[in-house]
Design a protein around this ligand. Structure first.
Ligand SMILES: [Ca+2]
Ligand SMILES: [Ca+2]
Length: 197
């Protein structure tokens, strides 16, 4: 009988601790512990001291809403969704227990009381990873197209440069031929002027 009572007390303590830490991110758990007098200090203004029981009691006591991270009583704080297996996220506390499953932020449905929203983290994670894969494939395809265009441009540039070089050589050869003809013409005129035919 004593053992059953002890197990019951341990369970009640566990439920109490879970309720007190509802909506608290793992990194902030240390901030949500009672002081030596069983009180708690509002986070933005530690001079405001409230009994630890007032944390997550669905009544707003701290101006910054920090005493209600797991209820919508203040509405100006943030609630942490663990989204185990995917990625944790924060949601404004005014969206807590409002009857709407905010799966876009809390895929684990923890923004609503137990049993209201199912856990969709695995499904959303699979969709997210599929989207990432598709995105990466598109980027890879785009990079290949870009590489192909750069290569074609390079070949075209080389071809144009070769054509310019060839035409330049032809022009130089033509100019040399014109100069030779001019010299021949001057020679012919020289002999013509002296009566040679
Ligand atoms: Ca409170
Ligand atoms: Ca909600």
């Amino acid at each position: 009988m004593t053992k059953i009572i002890l197990v019951g007390l341990v369970y009640l303590n566990y439920v109490y601790a879970v309720q007190k830490l509802r909506g608290v991110a793992p990194a902030d758990i240390a901030k949500y512990q009672p002081d030596e007098n069983g009180n708690w200090h509002c986070l933005s203004d530690p001079t405001i001291i409230i009994p630890y029981d007032y944390v997550n009691d669905d009544y707003c006591d701290c101006p910054d809403g920090s005493d209600e991270p797991g209820t919508s009583a203040c509405g100006n704080a943030v609630f942490y969704c663990a989204n185990v297996g995917f990625k944790g996220n924060f949601i404004p506390t005014y969206k807590i227990d409002d009857g709407i499953c905010d799966y876009d932020v809390c895929c684990d449905g923890s923004d609503e009381p137990d049993g209201v929203c199912g856990n969709k983290c695995e499904e959303l994670k699979a969709r997210f990873e599929s989207d990432i894969k598709l995105h990466n494939e598109r980027i890879l395809k785009g990079l290949k197209i870009k590489e192909s265009i750069v290569q074609k441009s390079s070949h075209m540039k080389q071809s144009v440069q070769e054509s310019i070089q060839s035409i330049t050589l032809q022009i130089e050869a033509t100019n040399r031929r014109i100069q030779e003809i001019e010299v021949e013409k001057k020679k012919l005129n020289y002999f013509k002027d002296r009566g040679y035919q």
